[in-house]
Design a protein around this ligand. Structure first.
Ligand SMILES: Nc1ncnc2c1ncn2[C@@H]1O[C@H](COP(=O)(O)OP(=O)(O)O)[C@@H](O)[C@H]1O
Ligand SMILES: [Mg+2]
Length: 321
């Protein structure tokens, strides 16, 4: 009996050492980026406006004279890259950076986006191009699943953001939606690449509670800047309730700003002929309560990316004041 146990132990140890003897839960990962100007949006809910709010904020920051770069981390659904670059056939991509083919600085694309009210230049690291499928994507997924390589890739993610944070006034991390199947990678990504995150939700109280718990459990090393309830039915009752929810979430996660953004057709980006340019380039902020709220949030963003302090306690933003 004892021998059998010994044998099992030996077999177990052999298997572990064949995998490199690495226990993924005990890896020493790098700390979060030190720069104050790397901002990410996070939510377990897909299609809740992470990309939209980030893009509108980014464009408004460019209109204020800031140099803004977006990193599209959403390799499976590179919507931000599509909105900014229209097509993604070949060329540099985040995938190529992460598997070591190119440096992040070589993956930056300059692009001019145009709306009815003018044009702005932004910079973007596209997530993926068609030529990355399937070989480069396969390589990345294999490496992310190899415990001995995880630290190397996470270190590269962080180093890449740090490099861009020195060159640009604002780095926006456009994260994908996490799922249980990739949560470990997601957690690493978030924990190292942003100086601040915003948490987004819809108005559903159960969802909001879940988001608070996920944050406490997995990402609480990253300070929360905004708690944002987005796509709220634009009635005073719904907006007031959503504002209360945003404040509740904000308090639970020690956030700094809470707001409820109404659903507003001006922010909806889908047209039959292609994706729309940002609302901030097409409409004056005063014409849209959603844009007005984003504008107030951009005041705070401007402050923190310059190394200043946001409100110390949750401040509730309403479109009317
Ligand atoms: N406040 C809003 N009002 C109207 N449409 C919105 C609003 N916020 C986001 N959208 C739209 O919802 C869809 C999903 O938004 P997106 O930013 O792509 O979500 P995510 O990045 O969280 O997956 C897009 O079509 C976007 O234009
Ligand atoms: Mg998105």
């Amino acid at each position: 009996m004892v021998n059998l146990l010994k044998l099992l132990k030996l077999l177990f140890l052999r298997r572990r050492s064949k995998e490199g003897g690495v226990d993924v839960t005990k890896l020493k990962l790098p700390d979060r980026v030190k720069a104050p100007n790397a901002i990410g949006n996070s939510s377990p809910k897909g299609g809740i406006g992470k990309t939209t709010i980030q893009l509108e904020s980014g464009v408004q920051l460019v209109l204020r004279g800031k140099n803004v770069i977006f990193i599209d981390w959403d390799i499976m659904s590179p919507r931000l890259s599509l909105r900014l670059l229209k097509e993604l056939k070949s060329g540099p991509s985040l995938v190529k950076v992460l598997i070591g083919l190119i440096d992040i600085t070589e993956a930056v694309q300059e692009t001019v986006i145009t709306g009815k009210r003018g044009s702005v230049t932004v910079y973007v690291v596209p997530a993926v191009t068609e030529e990355d499928i399937p070989d480069n994507i396969n390589r990345l997924l294999e490496e992310m699943n190899e415990p001995s390589k995880v630290i190397k890739i996470v270190t590269k993610m962080k180093g890449s953001v740090e490099k861009l944070a020195k060159e640009y006034d604002v780095v926006f991390n456009d994260y994908p939606v996490p799922s249980w199947a990739t949560y470990y990678t997601y957690q690493h990504l978030l924990s190292t690449t942003s100086s601040w995150i915003n948490l987004l939700s819809d108005s559903n109280p159960n969802m909001i509670q879940l988001i608070a718990q996920l944050h406490q459990r997995y990402t609480k090393n990253i300070p929360v800047l905004g708690t944002i309830i987005n796509m709220v039915r634009p009635t005073p009752e719904e907006l007031n309730r959503a504002k209360e929810y945003a404040l509740g979430l904000c308090k639970e996660v020690n956030g700094r700003v809470a707001m409820a953004i109404p659903f507003d057709g001006k922010l909806y980006d889908v047209f039959a002929e292609g994706l729309a340019s940002p609302a901030s380039l097409n409409y004056p902020p005063e014409s849209s309560p959603a844009l007005m709220l984003i504008k107030k949030f951009v005041d705070v963003l401007e402050e923190v990316v310059e190394g200043g302090s946001p409100p110390q306690k949750c401040e509730v933003f309403s479109p009317t004041h």
